[in-house]
Ligand binder design. Structure first.
Ligand SMILES: Cc1cc2nc3c(=O)[nH]c(=O)nc-3n(C[C@H](O)[C@H](O)[C@H](O)COP(=O)(O)OP(=O)(O)OC[C@H]3O[C@@H](n4cnc5c(N)ncnc54)[C@H](O)[C@@H]3O)c2cc1C
Length: 318
């Protein structure tokens, strides 16, 4: 049984999710075949092959960062190689390509998966009800399954080296894709503060209730020698700038300490901060999903805890 892994890359660099997908594939203990397609991707194959039994390289300028082209190439490779499973990231790219492949080839698909195992049949786990429930699903019998994995759930650090072979194949794409065109990649502007570099992040969520309470958190961050970050609603309300947002549509951070204040722990947020060495959460709801990733938790009102913490640290510091 072979497991395909769709490799994501951008501007000549492999995306982290590609290594996470390779890690997920290795857990199935079968032949891992990475699919690397695009323009001038030869150099990237050397890095991927370290963790795969085989890398199939399709180098074709017609693919040119066009998801429809990637889809058609993947369709043809699946028809030819008949892998049992195809794994890719639940990223904007994966969310575009995976369902299209499933429809083209009439294959079952499981999206946003946090765990994959083989228990006779392929079993996947998805986190539902805003992270409060983990549900197991068996996929119905099929030649091939398409699976997209949630960012940050499979650790690239658990990858074992395979050092397989690189196989270059002719592009199955016979003509240019004309109905969709890649125009250009726009990098978000880098602001004054880079939360990805901070050792201590004091992060605030909707539980803070009002913009007028943000200075309380700023004061705490300052006295802790930390940097202020936030969940997405805080940015949506315009209370803090986008550069402070942690999560799938914000930044991925790995501080030594992450203090989550009034943040529920939605997966889009957790995916961006679960790599922190130490997570401390304050939330008035003892069932808030943030507590399942936190090492320490305080169940209380942030508006009581923040001034008390600030006061205590001031006392300790003298
Ligand atoms: C495509 C997409 C991308 C997204 N990207 C991101 C992203 O990058 N980052 C991100 O953060 N979110 C993202 N989201 C939004 C995400 O789904 C959640 O809605 C968001 O993370 C919730 O933010 P929150 O925890 O601050 O607010 P809420 O979910 O409203 O949680 C507030 C929490 O505060 C607690 N609380 C309330 N009052 C108090 C109090 N007085 N004291 C203590 N606790 C209190 C509540 O119990 C609750 O747990 C994305 C969503 C989508 C659809």
């Amino acid at each position: 049984m072979a497991v395909f892994v769709f490799i994501e890359h951008r501007e000549g660099k492999l995306m982290d999710i590609s290594f996470e997908a390779l890690s997920a594939a290795q857990k199935l203990n079968d032949e891992v075949i990475a699919v690397l397609s695009g323009e001038n991707v030869g150099d990237l194959a050397e890095k991927v092959v370290k963790y795969a039994d085989k890398v199939i390289v399709v180098d074709d300028p017609k693919i040119d960062t066009n998801n429809e082209a990637y889809t058609r190439v993947l369709d043809e490779l699946i028809k030819k190689e008949m892998p049992k499973v195809v794994i890719m990231g639940h990223t904007s790219m994966g969310m575009d390509i995976a369902p299209a492949v499933a429809i083209d080839l009439g294959l079952p698909i499981a999206t946003d998966v946090v765990k994959i195992s083989k228990d006779g049949n392929i079993k996947v786990t998805r986190s539902i009800h805003n992270g409060k429930v983990l549900a197991d699903y068996y996929l119905k019998d099929a030649e091939t399954y398409i699976i997209t994995i949630r960012t940050g759930e499979f650790s690239a650090e658990e990858l074992s080296e395979k050092n397989g072979k690189i196989e270059r194949v002719d592009s199955p794409l016979k003509e240019e894709i004309t109905n969709k065109k890649f125009v250009g990649f726009v990098q978000p502007e880098v602001g004054g503060v880079d939360i990805t570099q901070a050792d201590i992040l004091v992060s605030v969520g909707r539980g803070i209730k009002d913009k007028e309470n943000i200075p309380l958190v700023e004061e705490l961050a300052k006295i802790m020698g930390g940097v202020l970050s936030c969940s997405r609603p805080i940015v949506d309300y315009g209370w803090l700038p986008k550069e402070r947002q942690v999560g799938t549509s914000g930044k991925t951070v790995k501080p030594k300490l992450y203090l989550a204040l009034g943040i529920s722990g939605a997966f889009q947020h957790v995916a961006g901060m679960k790599g922190a060495n130490m997570i401390v959460a304050v939330n008035k709801d003892p069932k808030a999903p943030i507590f399942s990733v936190a090492q320490y938790g305080i169940v209380d009102d942030v508006l009581k805890v923040i001034p008390a913490l600030t006061q205590k640290i001031k006392e300790i510091k003298g």
